[in-house]
Design a protein around this ligand. Structure first.
Ligand code: PEP
Length: 217
C-alpha cells in the first residue's frame, strides 16, 4: 500500500480555538492521503487555516441533511457543506444509534451529497449493511470496536473488506475501530485495506501525526 487514506474523525469535539491549536501542532511529512472530519462549526476556520498554511489536508463534514435548502431547522445541507469541504461521512454507527438514522434516510443523504459533488465515506458495520450507489469510499467499522480500545484483527478486517468489495464494487474500503499508531501498520499492510478511520487517535495532533507516519512502514 503506497498511499493509504487516513481519515481522522473528531466526532463532537473541539472549539475553534482548540482546532487552531491542533493545526499549529500538527506536523507531518507524508505521502498518505490525509483527511479530517470535523464538526460543522470548524469547517470554515479550518479551511482558511489549512489554505493559509498550505497543508495537504482534505476536509469533510460528519453528516449531511437528507433535504435541500428550506424549512428544516437545524439541518446543514450538501450545498452549504460543499462551500467549505469536499467530503462527508454518511452512516456512522453513532448517527444510526443516537440519531435514529435508517438505511432509507442514509440513501437520501447520499443522493443529496452526490447532487452537490461531495465525495462520500459511507460507514458499514458489517458486510451485510446495504450500501447506496455512488459512494466513493466505504469504511468497515464494527460497532464493538469503536472507541473501546478493542480493534478487529487485521485478518478478519481484511476478509470482511474483501467481501464488501466483492459485493459493492466499491474499490476503496478502509477500516475503523480503535486504530492507533501501534496497530495502524497491521491494517494498512493488508492488500485489501486501503486506509483507516481513526476517531480517538485523531484528537491529539502529535498522536495523529505519529499514526500517519506509522501507516507508511
Ligand atoms: C470512529 O470515529 O469512527 C472510530 C472508529 O473511533 P475510534 O478510533 O475512537 O474507535
Amino acid at each position: 500500500m503506497s498511499k493509504p487514506l487516513i481519515a481522522g474523525n473528531w466526532k463532537s469535539n473541539k472549539t475553534v480555538g482548540e482546532a487552531m491549536e491542533w493545526l499549529q501542532n500538527f506536523k507531518v511529512v507524508t505521502t498518505a492521503q490525509v483527511m479530517l472530519f470535523v464538526p460543522f462549526t470548524l469547517l470554515h476556520p479550518l479551511k482558511k487555516k489549512i489554505e493559509g498554511l498550505h497543508l495537504s489536508i482534505e476536509l469533510g463534514a460528519q453528516d449531511v441533511s437528507p433535504f435541500d435548502d428550506g424549512a428544516y431547522t437545524g439541518a446543514v445541507n450538501a450545498r452549504q457543506i460543499k462551500e467549505l469541504a469536499d467530503w462527508v461521512i454518511i452512516g456512522h454507527s453513532e448517527r444510526r444509534q443516537h440519531f435514529g438514522e435508517t438505511d432509507a434516510m442514509l440513501a437520501q443523504k447520499v443522493d443529496q451529497a452526490k447532487k452537490e459533488g461531495l465525495q462520500i465515506i459511507y460507514c458499514v458495520q458489517d458486510e451485510n449493511i446495504p450500501v447506496p450507489l455512488g459512494v466513493d469510499v466505504i469504511a468497515y467499522e464494527p460497532v464493538w470496536a469503536i472507541g473501546t480500545g478493542k480493534s478487529d484483527s487485521p485478518e478478519n478486517a481484511s476478509e470482511v473488506i474483501s467481501a464488501i468489495k466483492a459485493k459493492t464494487h466499491v474499490s476503496s474500503v478502509i477500516y475503523g475501530g480503535s486504530v492507533t499508531p501501534e496497530n495502524v501498520a497491521s491494517f494498512v499492510s493488508r492488500e485489501a485495506i486501503d486506509g483507516v478511520l481513526p476517531g480517538g487517535a485523531s484528537l491529539d495532533p502529535e498522536k495523529f501525526a505519529n499514526l500517519i507516519l506509522c501507516s507508511q512502514k
